[in-house]
Design a binder for this molecule. Structure first.
Ligand SMILES: [Zn+2]
Length: 438
């Protein structure tokens, strides 16, 4: 018996020498609450079409290095929320900041969280307590999900593959027909299997807004439907969706439940096909890095300018001006730069996850994959801090909503300085170097 065991252990490929733990916690609101993503909703939620979730995947390589990926059916976590979660994860579980990545699907059919995208909404004071209750509970649940995943660590194998899905359309071309319409149709998939070789977690990504639906029913939009289909097809496994660089992509056409479910099915089928094809075993070591880099804004409005807007602008611009005036220092100063979170997780030589904040336009995905490898680079956006759109220089020059207009609903002082793209690319490069090597 002893001999057989030794032979088995010796035969295990390096890829097998992981431990993984998985958890999922229901974050469906239990009362009507204002919904995130669209400025034209005029009342709180009226029901639940589908439960929404926060999920966590804890990974530990054979040297004991750990990381926890958190995914959520939400519009986004901002800096304050992610910091609250990671501070508590450090205290409770001794996890450092670089070892926690918090991604959101960017569904536009989940509750408003914290102060994310606040100037977008015509929220009146009586609706604030429900948002605060929801956010507070969510932060507790997120910390609990991280703890539950760590408590669940057990031997596992990891594998990686990719397929494609075609429903993301470059949405800037809807109104600006002359623009180029780049998209990223890759569907990266990481499968975590237990000792019995059954899938325990299926992590997948796609670069597209979760905006098929826009009514008053809580749901995960197409990523929510995709996760439900994947979990049904793989009993016992949790499906975790990681939003990519889909800031300028929408699922088109859209706005019916049938279409949202259809895109969910298409994404789930892409995942199934990636799993049926030959996947690459993922070995350690796991190397992680996290650092913020300041992104400068191009121009900052003065108090006089903001007061003029409060008096004369349309409602969103008026709310934006008030939002900034409330946050202005007594001597009339606003923040002129923003600490942008960059994170890299390197899994041996098989996979590099570049995990970035904000609503990242597709150019970042295409550029970084061209630079680091189409076959083993995974770009996540909407991670750790959803606070603005992150245009490339191309999109910044073209202008429009993603190029600068969206700074209004996000409550930022103005468009980014054109250095935005190189600043991010350079910080990614630093963290890639830091996580390189065995
Ligand atoms: Zn968005």
């Amino acid at each position: 018996m002893k001999t057989i065991l030794i032979v088995l252990v010796a035969a295990l490929p390096l890829a097998a020498r992981w431990k993984a733990g998985v958890s999922r916690i229901d974050i469906t609101p239990t009362e009507p609450v204002w919904m995130a993503g669209y400025g034209n909703r005029t009342k709180p939620s009226e029901g639940v079409r589908q439960k929404i979730w926060v999920k966590a995947l804890a990974l530990e390589d054979n040297s004991g290095a750990r990381a926890v990926l958190v995914t959520s059916d939400l519009l986004g976590f901002n800096k304050e929320m992610s910091e609250a979660v990671s501070r508590r994860a450090r205290e409770k579980y001794k996890l450092e900041r670089d070892k926690i990545a918090i991604n959101s699907s960017h569904t536009h059919s989940a509750p408003v969280t914290g102060m994310v995208l606040r100037p977008a909404y015509p929220i009146t004071p009586e609706h604030e307590p429900a948002i605060q209750r929801y956010t507070e509970k969510l932060l507790n649940q997120t910390v609990d999900a991280i703890g539950a995943a760590l408590a669940d660590l057990q031997p596992a194998t990891l594998s990686f593959g990719q397929s494609n899905a075609g429903f993301a359309a470059n949405r800037r071309r809807v109104s600006l027909r002359h623009l180029p319409g780049p998209v990223d149709h890759d569907v990266p998939v990481m499968v975590v299997r237990g000792g019995d070789n059954k899938a325990r977690a299926i992590v997948f990504g796609y670069a597209c807004h979760a905006t098929a639906l826009s009514d008053y029913q809580i749901n995960g939009d197409w990523p929510g439907f995709a996760q439900a289909v994947i979990e049904k097809a793989n009993p016992g496994a949790a499906a975790l969706f990681v939003a990519g660089a889909g800031a300028d992509a929408n699922p088109l056409p859209r706005r019916t439940v049938e279409l949202a479910e259809h895109y969910g099915m298409v994404a789930a089928e892409a995942v199934a096909q990636a799993m049926k094809a030959k996947m690459v075993p993922v070995a350690g070591p796991l190397k992680t890095a996290f650092q913020t880099v300041d992104l400068a804004f191009a121009q900052i409005p003065t108090r006089e300018e903001l007061e003029r807007r409060v008096a004369t602008a349309d409602p969103p611009a008026k709310r934006h001006a008030k939002f900034l005036l409330d946050r202005m220092t007594p001597d009339g100063k606003l923040w002129d730069r923003y600490p942008y979170p960059v994170q890299v997780w390197q899994f041996g030589s098989a996979l590099k996850m570049i995990i970035l904040g904000g609503e990242l336009v597709v150019d970042y995905s295409l550029r970084l994959k061209a630079q680091y490898g189409w076959g083993n680079t995974w770009i996540a956006g909407y991670s750790n801090d959803v606070f603005a759109y992150i245009p490339s220089v191309r999109v910044l020059k073209e202008g429009g909503y993603e190029g600068g207009g969206a700074m209004i609903p996000y409550g930022q002082p103005g468009p980014f300085h054109p250095a935005v793209e190189e600043t991010i690319i350079e910080m990614v490069e630093r963290l890639v170097k830091r996580t390189a090597g065995q």
